[in-house]
Unconditional design. Structure first.
Length: 146
């Protein structure tokens, strides 16, 4: 006989294995990112810049779902490492224009091996990885819409 509290058991929560998975994957990334002197969040920001080259804080935050209170210290740290520049916009001084530097671009070469290393840790075949990716983004989009 099931109780009315069955829904509150950890084994019945979709969020719990997602949380654990995220936490453990980031822990694995840390081992590889230490070699680059980057945190996981800094790595995600750098991937954004390797793809986009320039941005502003609002666009970056919107893309990565990070607020300015998280981004400000992170961007200052990346700037102090020489990977990005932060310059006030000439059009609107409230906006910071963000640009990857040559040193930031060179870091991309050092990061090339990380996806393969992580793939070995996760150990999913290509079809499983695509399915998981699709389902995670479906959940994310559904949560954002509500």
């Amino acid at each position: 006989m099931s109780s009315k509290y069955e829904c509150l058991k950890l084994k019945n929560q979709l969020c719990f294995p997602i949380y654990l998975c995220s936490k453990e994957i980031i822990r694995k990334y840390t081992k590889f990112l230490d070699e680059l002197n980057l945190t996981y969040t800094q790595y995600v920001v750098m991937m954004f810049f390797w793809e986009n080259k320039k941005s502003n804080v609002k666009e970056l935050g919107s893309t990565l779902l990070l607020d300015s209170s998280t981004l400000t210290p992170l961007l200052k740290k990346l700037e102090s490492k020489g990977y990005i520049t932060r310059v006030r916009s000439n059009i609107d001084e409230r906006n910071l224009e963000l640009t990857i530097t040559d040193l930031g671009e060179k870091l991309k070469d050092k990061a090339l091996s990380i996806p393969e290393k992580m793939g070995k840790c996760i150990n999913l075949n290509e079809e499983e990885a695509k399915t998981l990716y699709t389902l995670i983004y479906k959940v994310l989009l559904n949560v954002e819409e509500r």
